[in-house]
Design a protein around this ligand. Structure first.
Ligand SMILES: Cc1ncc(COP(=O)(O)O)c(C=O)c1O
Length: 433
């Protein structure tokens, strides 16, 4: 097995043999040779339908032809200028058009950088130090938010990373998801000290957990009434739930919006944005510092622009088509669990889905519920799916994603439109027992 050999070699030179923890799973991860559309191919010549999709970045699938052409043209012009350029304005305009709560943006290179800067901005604006974070929320791997974090931190049972001084997280308060009263309590206990609430409007890093009806509205109301800024980390949900992200989908505006993944079209990016009075505090207009050599690089911006253009086609129908595949996937998976009378819970929204191996099939509403699921059973199932040619996200706590490449590209086509989805559902049926 070439993957095994490469993993042994990689493990000598890189911790765990990987460049990001959640890519590592037992006994070794497959090494990728190439990828195209909905498929990823390993160095041993195996083909997998990919539902990991670079953890949600590839909403059009791998190597989309139009994005590739746009990027290739851009490469002829240059790939890093270190100066302003016109396409930054174009992408900023697209974001502002779809997110009415955003009047100005700053481009960064990753979602982590964007959340770090968004929190700094909230503190700079309010003059307060404390932030409230949701248990199991993942906002990147920087000190202030690596407390009870989701993603790899949950997978590997490292809720609080070593190497982070207690002082760095003393201002990070935690509340459970889907519990607006918990926010009221923590505000009472920390009166007038809280700068912001930072949250993923749909929890994406402990598996997809959508908000219960009214929850986001309650959080919006409580934060507004207490002059606390609301930061929506839409790194996963942005340009996914709708072009205007969770804010459009649920009808709730944030004060600071964080984007990433999709908006870079598969190239590194992060964005934070908000109303003018807030954003003008960012250097050089204001005194909240933020900077980056590669920020706004023309390759990421070009790929992002093309991706947003494709998703927006036919009044957003392209994106809605992807989301309908999610509806179908969740409905069929629920039917499989019901028919087989299996303990499990199908969760998700739009193009996000997951089967949680929860006790007695109990609904999963927050971090504690997710942690109560059967991780070992999930990993056995994950390997059986791999053997059947389906690459799911390699953790009970990571979301599976669907891309445009999983649908027939011609959105009106009926025949064979969902061949990947059908094969996948069949594989679930065979392997989930
Ligand atoms: C919700 C959320 N925020 C922030 C991040 C960090 O983004 P990046 O990996 O680009 O730094 C992630 C990454 O998975 C994420 O899912």
């Amino acid at each position: 097995m070439k993957s095994k050999k490469l993993f042994d070699l990689a493990s000598r030179y890189m911790p765990g043999g990987v460049s990001s923890p959640v890519r590592a799973y037992m006994p070794y991860p497959f090494f990728t040779q190439h990828a195209k559309g909905s498929k990823i191919y390993d160095v041993d010549g195996r083909e997998y339908i990919d539902y990991c999709l670079a953890y949600g970045a590839l909403v059009l699938g791998h190597r989309n032809e139009e994005v590739k052409n746009a990027v290739t043209e851009q490469l002829e012009e240059g790939w890093l200028y270190g100066t302003p350029h016109e396409k930054e304005i174009e992408l900023a305009t697209q974001i502002i058009r779809h997110y009415p709560s955003v009047e100005m943006v700053r481009f960064t290179n990753t979602g982590s950088e964007a959340t770090m800067a968004g929190i700094r901005l909230a503190r700079g604006f309010t003059g307060r130090n404390k932030i409230v974070k949701i248990e199991g929320g993942f906002h990147g791997a920087h000190d202030g938010v690596l407390v009870k974090a989701g993603s790899g931190a949950a997978t590997f049972g490292i809720p609080d990373s070593n190497g982070i001084p207690a002082d760095s997280v003393k201002n990070t308060l935690q509340i459970p998801f889907n519990d607006a009263n918990a926010l009221l309590t923590i505000i009472e206990e920390n009166h007038a000290e809280i700068a912001a609430v930072i949250m993923e409007p749909v929890m994406g890093n402990v598996g997809p957990i959508p908000p219960e009806k009214g929850y986001l509205h309650d959080i919006r109301k409580i934060t507004s009434e207490n002059d606390i800024l609301l930061i929506f980390d839409e790194v996963i949900t942005g340009f996914r739930l709708a072009l205007g992200g969770a804010q459009e989908f649920y009808g709730v505006d944030a004060d600071i919006t964080i984007l990433g993944k999709i908006v870079g079209g598969g190239f590194p990016i992060g964005v934070f944005g908000g109303k003018r009075e807030l954003m003008e505090l960012i250097a050089p207009s204001g005194s909240v510092y933020q900077a980056g050599t590669f920020s706004g690089n023309p390759v990421s911006i070009t790929a992002g622009l093309k991706t947003v253009e494709i998703l927006s086609r036919e009044n957003g129908r392209v994106l809605r088509r992807i989301n309908r595949l999610g509806d179908r996937m969740r409905a069929d998976l629920s039917a499989i669990l019901d028919e087989a009378e299996l303990e499990g819970y199908v969760s998700g929204v739009s193009s996000m889905f997951k089967v949680f191996f929860s006790v007695e099939g109990k609904p999963v509403k927050n971090y504690d519920d997710a942690l109560g699921c059967d991780k070992a059973r999930y990993m056995q199932f994950f390997h059986r799916m791999l053997d059947s040619g389906v690459f799911l996200s390699p953790s009970q706590f990571e979301t599976n994603f669907i891309s445009l490449a999983h649908a027939d590209y011609h959105i009106d086509a009926v025949e064979n439109a969902d061949a990947d989805i059908e094969r996948t559902i069949e594989a679930y049926r065979e392997n989930i027992l």
